[in-house]
Design a protein around this ligand. Sequence first.
Ligand SMILES: NC(=O)c1ccc[n+]([C@@H]2O[C@H](COP(=O)([O-])OP(=O)(O)OC[C@H]3O[C@@H](n4cnc5c(N)ncnc54)[C@H](OP(=O)(O)O)[C@@H]3O)[C@@H](O)[C@H]2O)c1
Length: 319
Amino acid sequence: MQTRTLGTQGLKTSAIGYGAMGISMAYGDGDTSGKAAITAAFDSGVTLFDTAELYGWGENEKALGQAVAPFRDEVLIATKFGFTRDYGFDSRPEHIREVVHNSLRFLGTDHIDVLYQHRFDPTVPIEDVAGAVKALIDAGDVTYFGLSEAGEETIRRAHAVHPVSVLQTEYSLFERDIEQLFPLLTELGIGLVPYSPLGRGFLTGTARPAGQYDADDMRNTDPRWQPGNFEKNLAATEHLQALAATIDATVGQLALAWLLAQGEHIVPIPGSRDPLRVAENAAAAALTLTDSQLERIADILPTGGYGARYTPENMPTWQ
Ligand SMILES: NC(=O)c1ccc[n+]([C@@H]2O[C@H](COP(=O)([O-])OP(=O)(O)OC[C@H]3O[C@@H](n4cnc5c(N)ncnc54)[C@H](OP(=O)(O)O)[C@@H]3O)[C@@H](O)[C@H]2O)c1
């Protein structure tokens, strides 16, 4: 697979990564070991694997660490700190150190390649957060610094303490808000890792109406799945599917190729527990969309999908 460089500190990865969250949470039952899917990702050329403390409080990191153990030296592991178990925030430096040392143990590794602050913590100055991450980098526990769902001021202030290599935020054919930060990312030389790049699966053509998922599946309450929005998002996905069929691609591959076409600084991290789907997603890196295909996509979804990306109580605020 082609490689891309995120940031200016030397972070080089496959153009498409793998997001492990769904093997532990968010999308109902499945193979929670993730081993087959993660192995399929590596076999397909994926070298960036994404997890977080939040994804099972060690369970997801353990699963990822075990699955990548046979090829650990050939891949990059990204993890995140900053949530509390009741979904509050805690980025105090002593807490960051504690979380990172737990993550190293859960992952079974001696270093974390990319460490993200998962969410901005209004009670801790970002300079203190960046300083704590810098100390972990200086100690060799961490290699690159990332932020997730951060706004311009936070990014600038963090970057002034230690260079930020990558911002992770939701970005997909359904979700475009992050485009307003592209000039900043270009100015500071920061890469972008789009999360939920398949719109939580909607953009694969497999969406079912809210209420038809497992009880603990977040899509039951996702605004894009609610009546009124669901039908419009479905119609748009069907138009995209028809376009994808003209190039022998799946609609999910079209959605990932569209992201890759938005800039060389972009590396999406689709998630799936199914090895065949993982291989399908990785193969999107070989697709280059023409100007007329990109124009057709812009006709179908000029500004994104219908409905907000989170319910109001879960919506991240950029600061
Ligand atoms: N920083 C943050 O705050 C944040 C927030 C959310 C996510 N993330 C990261 O981003 C990663 C990806 O996001 P995501 O998992 O939310 O959403 P996503 O990748 O857009 O979609 C995942 C969903 O799509 C389905 N899917 C994937 N490939 C498919 C295919 N080829 N055909 C049909 N269905 C397919 C999966 O189901 P199956 O498993 O059944 O295939 C799963 O339900 C996460 O794993 C996590 O690492 C980060």
